[in-house]
Ligand binder design. Structure first.
Ligand code: UDP
Length: 319
């Protein structure tokens, strides 16, 4: 049977490591790259010695001389949490620009397919709601978050240029908030932050008044969407995310309810200042993903959160 060779950047990251698992489960071979700024070796520990998996610790923003011929290149390498990209703005800009270019060059060399993981941040603090792929966004180009937003927008432009100029068979996924096991507990994003606080019996920290909205997609649903997208002929961006929208206050209440059964204690909520340019509303319109990929998320928030709690509880105690 025909087996594919995949190259995955960001392989030790949260979504990247789940993607590697999925590709290997299909019997394909995977070379995973990661510079481990935010990725963790722990996320790939279970693949040590796997005959079809090879990990290379390297920085994809530097030219990479990789042997082998790949059929599919997946560019996931990026700092994805606001806390991390604000701490590493230049690395973030580089992974979207030079990193994307280096990975596209490999796809061009090998006549491989290429998938870019872009972001809902391309829509900035959106003036249209829900966000449809045809909306061009409302991004502050010089704000704190611009290092992430603009690097991903540039990465999308680069990907389209390689497609139009060199004929690279590319796909662009605009990923909305995703959660699940292997998120970094301390990366500052709201799901690990609330679960970490809850597991320690500490108050949940809501930034602003909690009226801002997000929608949360479980990682297995996300990986399914990415895999379907990579085999589609859709070249323009496709939103992948869960359309169930919650205010952050409602989300905190869900966590409280879930953890009440778990911890047998009611968690207090405290309010802290809202970070600069924090988007007020976010919800994907997934009509295109449904139409083109036959995809929509299946995992209910409570089920996904339970899996994530189990994962965090099993982590070695570092505090
Ligand atoms: N947030 C919060 N408390 C936290 C962490 C985040 O209220 O401890 C808010 C944050 O201000 C944002 C939302 O939760 O409005 C989602 O934040 P996250 O960092 O997960 O991702 P974003 O969608 O902003 O990229």
């Amino acid at each position: 049977m025909y087996r594919m060779e995949h190259l995955v950047s960001g392989a030790a990251g949260f979504i990247g490591s789940h993607l590697c698992d999925r590709l290997l489960a299909e019997g394909d071979s995977v070379v995973g790259l990661d510079n481990l700024i935010t990725g963790a070796r722990r996320n790939l520990a279970h693949l040590a010695g796997h005959p079809k998996f090879r990990f290379i610790a390297c920085d994809v923003t530097q030219p990479i001389d990789l042997e082998g011929r790949f059929h599919q290149v997946w560019h996931l390498a990026s700092l994805a949490s606001p806390k991390e990209y604000l701490a590493h703005p230049l690395e973030t800009l580089e992974s979207g620009s030079a990193g994307t270019r280096n990975m596209l060059e490999i796809a061009r060399r090998d006549r491989a397919r290429f998938l870019l993981t872009s972001t809902s941040e391309c829509y900035g603090d959106p003036l249209e709601h829900p966000q449809v792929e045809t909306y061009w966004g409302h991004v502050n180009p010089v704000g704190l978050r611009s290092c992430y937003d603009e690097s991903k927008r540039y990465a999308e432009a680069l990907t389209m240029a390689y497609h139009r100029y060199y004929g690279v068979r590319s796909n662009i996924a605009r990923i909305f908030n995703t959660y699940g096991p292997r998120m970094a507990l301390k990366d500052g994003r709201v799901v690990p932050a609330f679960l970490d606080q809850a597991l320690q019996g500490q108050p949940l920290t809501i930034f602003g008044d909690g009226t801002q909205t997000r929608s949360f997609c479980y990682v297995s649903d996300m990986v399914e969407g990415l895999v379907r997208l990579a085999s589609s002929e859709e070249r323009l961006p496709v939103n992948l995310g869960n359309p169930v929208e919650l205010t952050i206050l409602e989300f905190a209440e869900r966590i409280k309810r879930l953890m009440l059964a778990e911890m047998k204690a009611e968690l207090p909520i405290v309010f802290e200042p809202l970070p600069e340019d924090d988007p007020q509303k976010r919800r994907p319109d997934i009509g295109k993903a449904k139409r083109v990929l036959g995809w929509e998320p299946n995992v209910a928030l409570e089920d996904g959160l339970r899996q994530t709690v189990e994962y965090f509880k099993a982590l070695p105690v570092t505090r």
